[in-house]
Design a protein around this ligand. Structure first.
Ligand code: HGY
Ligand code: MN
Ligand code: MN
Ligand code: MN
Length: 414
């Protein structure tokens, strides 16, 4: 029987086939996926994952945020489980691998342990966290945030999508409101395997990202109030132009991020003009600024500067301005023991590797608040993600899953 450190390998074809099978659910329009949280396609994806867990004899627990926990028993039922998780929900124009790779690599570890007839001391639990993306309901990593005690269940249930539907109602509607108290589960350790979603590993020609930290984030939702007026007959000096204020704030955010290099990013991904008519100056403009940095002081300093500058711009243009932080987490340091285990696994397996800070947020960032946690990353083509053209190679997928396999088995003990 192979032991960690020897050539424990997952079944690369089976992992790849599972990813491709899941990708058929909630297809996008350009080869990726649109399987947004709590939609009918999310429900379908959950059912497929449930069927695979059933086939592997896993017992499924579901909590009051709809997160799925598929458990493989260990030899010591009292031992806290080792969790391996990520998410099956996608962006509206998402790729096939963001999140899915991590959940299905966890399932592949279970399948490979069964093939090898290996029983670990600690149980192993594969998790599918609800609403990691935050695309439909802000903030991102919502379920893992409730699990870590950062958000209340009421806060989460009250979150509304752009059509005014609530998280709580939609969770009930798709039939995935579980009965477990959120956060009642205790973890021996938490691992998450994810595509990098950035260009570093591919550019450095490394197969494995040994993730030491995750950068912190603020999502600042601005509501600017102007005056609806005719775009043709309203003289320029009579306009109360919320759209112009948004443009100036957007430009200022770019400047603040660029003057906080290295290690800061800032931008806007979502914006809503009302009434959004071609020949009406907007009465209101709502948009979310996304700023991130691994450096706590930089992160909080950028937030303060952006809010001050936005207020100044609004006064200058006589536009109303309010801002609400709709998403936040501090920079996270992953567990050094687990990080070393990932690095050692990459070395044992002969995979090229480098330390990396996660640019994107992950459920691991919240899990790290309640258990020793870390991540494994693989490269992605051109560093592209949150785009239907997101792509990885089967070899990349398998290499990271092998490393995850070793680190998980080492932690779950044979
Ligand atoms: O926004 C993020 O970093 C993640 O993709 N939810
Ligand atoms: Mn993700
Ligand atoms: Mn994502
Ligand atoms: Mn903070």
């Amino acid at each position: 029987m192979a032991a960690p450190g020897e050539n424990l390998r997952i079944n690369a074809d089976r992992l790849w086939d599972s990813i491709m099978e899941m990708a058929k659910i909630g297809p996008g329009v350009a080869g990726g996926n649109n399987r947004q949280t709590l939609t009918d396609s999310d429900k379908e994806g959950r059912a497929l994952f449930q069927s695979w867990c059933d086939a592997s004899g896993l017992s499924m627990g579901v909590d009051k945020m709809g997160t799925m926990f598929a458990r493989r028993e260990g030899t010591d039922p009292e031992a806290l489980p080792v969790y391996v998780g990520s998410h099956l929900d996608t962006q509206p124009t998402g790729g096939k691998y963001d999140g899915v790779l991590g959940v299905l690599a966890g399932l592949e570890i279970v399948r490979s342990l069964d093939d090898l007839g290996i029983k670990t001391k600690h149980p192993i639990v594969v998790a599918n966290w609800t609403n990691e993306e935050g695309a439909r309901f802000a903030p991102a990593m919502l379920a893992s945030g409730v699990f870590a005690g950062v958000h209340t269940l009421d806060f989460a249930y009250a979150r509304k999508d752009m059509d005014g539907k609530s998280f709580g109602d939609e969770l009930k509607r798709i039939g995935w409101l579980g009965d477990e108290e959120v956060g009642a589960r205790k973890m021996h350790a938490y691992f998450e395997y994810h595509i990098e979603q950035g260009p570093i590993l591919e550019a450095e020609n490394k197969q494995i990202g040994v993730v030491t930290h995750g950068q912190g984030l603020w999502w600042l939702e601005f509501t600017l109030t102007g005056k609806e007026a005719h775009t043709g007959s309203t003289p320029m000096n009579m306009r109360v132009n919320a759209g112009l204020a948004m443009a100036r704030i957007f430009e200022m955010v770019q400047h603040v991020a660029m003057t906080n290099q290295p290690g800061a990013v800032g931008g806007v991904g979502q914006m809503k003009f009302s009434p959004n008519s071609r020949n009406v100056l907007p009465g209101t403009v709502v948009f979310t600024v996304d700023i991130r940095s691994p450096d706590q002081d930089k992160l909080d300093g950028m937030r303060a500067t952006i809010e001050e500058e936005a207020a100044r711009i609004a006064v200058e243009l006589d536009v109303g301005c309010s801002v609400e932080a709709v998403g936040h987490f501090d920079p996270v340091t992953f567990d050094p023991v687990l990080v070393d285990r990932v690095r050692k696994a990459a070395e044992d397996l002969g995979y090229s590797h480098m330390n990396i800070i996660s640019g994107a947020g992950h459920d691991a960032c919240w899990a790290a608040r309640v258990a020793p946690a870390t991540m494994v990353m693989c490269p992605c083509v051109d560093g592209l993600s949150h785009n239907e053209a997101e792509d990885i190679s089967k070899e990349w997928a398998a290499a990271g899953a092998d490393v995850l396999f070793h680190a998980v088995v080492e932690t779950a003990e044979i």
